[in-house]
Ligand binder design. Structure first.
Ligand SMILES: *[C@@H]1O[C@H](CO)[C@@H](O)[C@H](O)[C@H]1NC(C)=O
Ligand SMILES: *[C@@H]1O[C@H](CO)[C@@H](O)[C@H](O)[C@H]1NC(C)=O
Ligand SMILES: *[C@@H]1O[C@H](CO)[C@@H](O)[C@H](O)[C@H]1NC(C)=O
Ligand SMILES: *[C@@H]1O[C@H](CO)[C@@H](O)[C@H](O)[C@H]1NC(C)=O
Ligand SMILES: *[C@@H]1O[C@H](CO)[C@@H](O)[C@H](O)[C@H]1NC(C)=O
Ligand SMILES: *[C@@H]1O[C@H](CO)[C@@H](O)[C@H](O)[C@H]1NC(C)=O
Ligand SMILES: *[C@@H]1O[C@H](CO)[C@@H](O)[C@H](O)[C@H]1NC(C)=O
Ligand SMILES: *[C@@H]1O[C@H](CO)[C@@H](O)[C@H](O)[C@H]1NC(C)=O
Ligand SMILES: *[C@@H]1O[C@H](CO)[C@@H](O)[C@H](O)[C@H]1NC(C)=O
Ligand SMILES: *[C@@H]1O[C@H](CO)[C@@H](O)[C@H](O)[C@H]1NC(C)=O
Ligand SMILES: *[C@@H]1O[C@H](CO)[C@@H](O)[C@H](O)[C@H]1NC(C)=O
Ligand SMILES: *[C@@H]1O[C@H](CO)[C@@H](O)[C@H](O)[C@H]1NC(C)=O
Length: 836
């Protein structure tokens, strides 16, 4: 064994594209003492190449070589060996081969014991998957330069640790921001499954044990014989990593695919159709994990079409997979369109209303999969009360690694602190401690099944999710699925060291940015439990508070010119607070005991209502938006301090997104503040809202080839107006004289970058080019794009440190392209320290 020092130096300069995620095994220096702790051989208790133990061996061999330049041979076990070695396998295999194993503690399913004490390192799992997890744990230590002697066992909190891909058969991904599907293309399974194997490594290292590969809005064509064969190929790739494949089903398949004239779950022909299909599925995938079902939800077919219960629907599949040991994950995300004119209607009530009476009606292999909050992955929600209402049903927690309503993958938002507000919440069922995490892991109500599922929309981009920093959410999700008490910052720091190396500045900076990111995002989006305030009718991305109301979707704010919030009390509102056990219900029923950060979730109050903090609701909105956006500006500058400490490829990719976020956070800030200022008429006591002394509105400039344009929603343009070229063939020019004191400014240009064209812009000061750019955000950023001028397409570009003289002429030239008319909103001249 040798440490190849030149490899260590090479590792620092190599560009990295993110493909290895946190499994980079970046090289580290290795002293003599370090070398003496590395094993010279890897002894496997199973040398079958398709076994997880073999995968563990290969991974350790690769990791030792890449991290420390150490060469360890893989061999079959010899129990009595004096040379330094690492032994990998199951406890049972170890016992059979080497006899006694008294020092190994009792393990639960998939648990493992890791001992690095002495020359013989032992990694023994209760299952082969457990052994693989242990190998990744050992490698995580090595990659973090941690060679301490340890000996401990760890066990999973729950048996279900799944991810849900929302991939469509045509290769698109619902709410995917990292490129097309790694599984599907053009209605079939892709031929080259290289990326699937790379994904399997990442998932196994965070102890995920099943992947549902297709969208919950499922297409029955996955069940054709050709596609089932392809599914078998996918399963073969995942299997050596201890990961099973599951699939989402379309409830109407017997009719749409099978040609029956019904999909009634109690109809014998339907039952036998599903049992036949299930048999075929298991022929191709003998260890298929189970089915995921979204039924009677958002237009998806379900048992209610035939007046059957949701449990009738779930049990249909449960009985089909039961002979094969499969399970059914049945989503609780069931609700109807509602009537906002009726003060007591409430989508938040739906899950309990639909499921409570079915408690005890589900077969034992059914798990009800419940989103963390009662609405839909918002920036803050109370814990779903359904967790307190299903005492005789297995449940699972549904999280969303995909940042659908949380800046998608264009904003840095580290999610575990948000998730923990729910996981750690005490529901006080029967007046006894009932932490949400103890409910879904099965501990509180003594359920054998339970666990977590997360929506994860990795795509073919080498960044997987569209942003390197978003991968912390995937990593931490796996950790929490294993152990929901893991600390947010501890998980984050392991991920940072594995992803970006051991430099203290890198560690501290990314830690600070990430831990500040969710509070900042909540600050500049929806506060006090009013939900995210994104456009719920279109992209789920930029600001559009009005889209919450005046429709049947039930994500209402009930904002008018006097007040805001949903009255969810029992006494005068929708009764939602009464869905919680008594102590919690009483807390939320009263304004006095409702925490500020959920006030508008539970109560309708005047804008002038005083919070426990002493601020009024409206002033809290204003202040939080200014503070949140100001924090987001620092992400860019904090990241800049890491230049040279991270490879350029990843450094630049992240820098571009953080630059974008700093601009978009101001668009959010101004949109929300303007909207509620306009509605309430109550001014900001700090006089910031609607006063922008460093801005020049494009519509106030001298226009040639440009015309003014009224933006909708109004609050997504400064002064509610923008300019667009007079036709898509005309180059537009906007000029103005600058009336600011001479000095150095950051020049920010706010414009719109819609899809459907790639306009070009140039900015001049006295005919000297300051900068130019192209509207190609639809290819560069990681969020759903818009075809309109709105809060999604609104964007800012900044030119830093520009010398400006009083009386200079500013000129912007815009060249339209396709249907994008080179739109411009305003220009800001920002002196040092001013954020606007
Ligand atoms: C080794 O792995 C193969 C493939 O997973 C499995 O079929 C076999 O049972 C394993 N052998 C032992 C001894 O566990
Ligand atoms: C090394 O890893 C072990 C096991 O995960 C952990 O308990 C310990 O705190 C780590 N030590 C350091 C210095 O990180
Ligand atoms: C299902 O997939 C087939 C084959 O790719 C496609 O023709 C069909 O449009 C899809 N159906 C839906 C509802 O997406
Ligand atoms: C089961 O499915 C296969 C393939 O679609 C079909 O050929 C067969 O007739 C089906 N059997 C029953 C009993 O429906
Ligand atoms: C379901 O029940 C409703 C009302 O009870 C009835 O009008 C409808 O015809 C029923 N539908 C079916 C498919 O049985
Ligand atoms: C909506 O609710 C209002 C108030 O309860 C009621 O008057 C109205 O009829 C309802 N509209 C519909 C379409 O149900
Ligand atoms: C209002 O909604 C509640 C709850 O859904 C319902 O019980 C009530 O009948 C509705 N009132 C009217 C007037 O429609
Ligand atoms: C749960 O089911 C058991 C029997 O299966 C029953 O004795 C018990 O009352 C049920 N508990 C609840 C809360 O429904
Ligand atoms: C994702 O990959 C596609 C195709 O390789 C590329 O065009 C796009 O720029 C990538 N997106 C990001 C955000 O890197
Ligand atoms: C009670 O509800 C009504 C709507 O039915 C609403 O107008 C009123 O403001 C509420 N009262 C209080 C004290 O919240
Ligand atoms: C809310 O404002 C309205 C209109 O100004 C006023 O009539 C009402 O008394 C206020 N409610 C509370 C609880 O202050
Ligand atoms: C302008 O729009 C028309 C119609 O949408 C289109 O045919 C033409 O190619 C566009 N011109 C440019 C320069 O993009």
């Amino acid at each position: 064994m040798r440490c190849l020092l030149f490899l260590a130096s090479l590792g620092l300069v190599a560009a990295e594209n993110g493909l290895d995620g946190w499994l980079r095994y970046a090289s580290l220096p290795c002293s003599h003492q370090c070398q003496s702790k590395l094993p010279a051989s890897i002894m496997l208790l199973n040398v079958t190449e398709t076994s997880p133990v073999y995968a563990a061996g290969s991974e350790i061999q690769d990791g030792l070589k890449r991290i420390y330049g150490a060469h360890a041979q893989i061999s079959q076990i010899q129990c009595k060996t004096s040379s330094s070695t690492v032994v990998v396998g199951t406890v049972e295999q170890y016992r059979k081969t080497c006899g006694s194993s008294s020092e190994i503690p009792e393990l639960e399913e998939d648990g493992f014991w890791l001992s690095t004490e002495g020359p013989k390192i032992r990694i023994l799992g209760s299952t082969e998957s457990g052994a693989l997890y242990g190998a990744f744990e050992y490698l995580s230590m090595l990659a973090q330069g941690n060679l301490s002697e340890v000996s401990y066992a760890t066990n999973p909190s729950a048996p279900i640790r799944w991810v849900n891909q929302w991939d469509n058969m045509d290769g698109t991904i619902e709410r995917g921001y990292g490129g097309p599907s790694i599984f599907f293309n053009n209605g079939a399974i892709v031929d080259d499954l290289t990326r699937v194997k790379q994904y399997a490594r990442l998932l196994a290292s965070i102890r995920i044990n099943a992947v549902v590969v297709n969208n919950v809005n499922a297409n029955a064509t996955l069940l054709t014989p050709e596609n089932l064969k392809g599914l078998g190929r996918i399963a073969d790739v995942f299997r050596p990593y201890g990961i099973k494949v599951g699939i989402s089903l379309n409830f109407a398949s017997p009719e749409t695919l099978g040609g029956l004239d019904t999909f009634d779950p109690l109809d014998p022909s339907v039952i036998s159709w599903w049992s036949n299909i299930t048999e075929q599925v298991y022929q191709h995938v003998p260890d298929m994990a189970g089915y995921l079902v979204k039924a009677d939800s958002e237009g998806q077919p379900g048992p209610q079409t035939y007046n059957r219960t949701l449990s009738d629907g779930a049990n249909l599949f449960a009985r089909a997979v039961h002979p094969y040991g499969g399970i059914v994950m049945f989503r609780a995300f069931v609700y109807n369109q509602l009537n906002e004119s009726n003060w007591t209607e409430d989508r938040a009530n739906a899950a309990v209303n639909f499921f409570k009476d079915l408690d005890g009606e589900f077969d034992d292999n059914v798990v009800v999969q419940i989103k963390y909050g009662p609405i839909d992955f918002q920036v803050r929600e109370p814990a779903s009360p359904l967790f307190a209402n299903l005492l005789n049903t297995s449940t699972a927690m549904e999280l969303e690694v995909t940042q659908e309503y949380l800046g998608q993958q264009s904003h840095l938002v580290y999610l575990p602190p948000l998730w923990k507000t729910v996981l750690d919440f005490d529901l006080r069922v029967d007046g006894k401690p009932s932490l949400v995490r103890d409910v879904y892991t099965g501990k509180r109500f003594k359920r054998k099944l339970g666990g977590s599922a997360a929506v994860v929309n990795v795509g073919t981009n080498t960044t997987w999710l569209g942003s390197h920093l978003s991968m912390s959410n995937l990593y931490a999700y796996g950790r929490l699925a294993w152990n929901p008490t893991d600390d947010s910052q501890t998980m984050l720091q392991d991920w940072i060291r594995l992803t970006f190396g051991l430099d203290r500045t890198v560690l501290n900076t990314i830690t600070k940015m990430s831990m500040e990111s969710w509070p900042a995002y909540e600050g500049y989006s929806g506060n006090l439990g009013i939900q995210t305030l994104t456009d719920i009718l279109y992209t789920h991305y930029g600001p559009n508070p009005a889209s919450q109301d005046n429709n049947g979707w039930g994500q209402w704010t009930r904002a008018d010119h006097i007040g805001i919030g949903m009255d969810r009390t029992v006494s005068n509102g929708t009764g939602f607070s009464g869905q919680y056990p008594d102590e919690v219900a009483a807390m939320y029923e009263s304004i006095d005991t409702t925490p500020d950060d959920l006030l508008l979730w539970f109560h309708h109050v005047n804008y002038t209502h005083r919070l426990h903090s002493g601020k009024t609701v409206i002033q809290h909105f204003y202040d939080a938006h200014y503070t949140g956006a100001a924090t987001a500006q620092t992400f860019f500058t904090q990241w800049e301090s890491l230049k040279g400490k991270i490879d350029d490829e990843r450094y630049n990719h992240v820098l571009r997104l953080l630059d974008y976020q700093s601009g978009h956070s101001i668009i959010w800030r101004d949109a929300i503040n303007n909207f509620y200022y306009n509605l309430s008429g109550i001014p900001d006591t700090a006089n910031r809202v609607n006063h922008h002394s460093w801005r020049i509105e494009a519509e106030n400039m001298k226009l040639d080839g440009y015309k003014t344009y009224t933006v909708s929603p109004f609050e997504t343009a400064s002064g509610s107006m923008a300019i667009v070229t007079t036709s898509n063939e005309t180059v537009g020019t906007a000029t103005t004289k600058i009336n600011f004191a001479s000095g150095t400014y950051d020049l920010a240009v706010n414009y719109y970058d819609a899809y459907g064209g790639q306009s070009q812009w140039q900015v001049y000061l006295n005919d000297n080019l300051v900068g130019e750019w192209v509207g190609n955000g639809e290819d560069v950023y990681s969020h759903t794009t818009s075809i309109y001028l709105d809060g999604h397409s609104a964007i800012r570009i900044k030119f830093r440190g520009v010398e400006v003289k009083n009386g200079d002429t500013l000129k912007i030239v815009g060249k339209p392209d396709g249907i994008e008319p080179a739109p411009l909103d305003y220009v800001s001249f920002l002196p040092e320290g001013i954020v606007d």
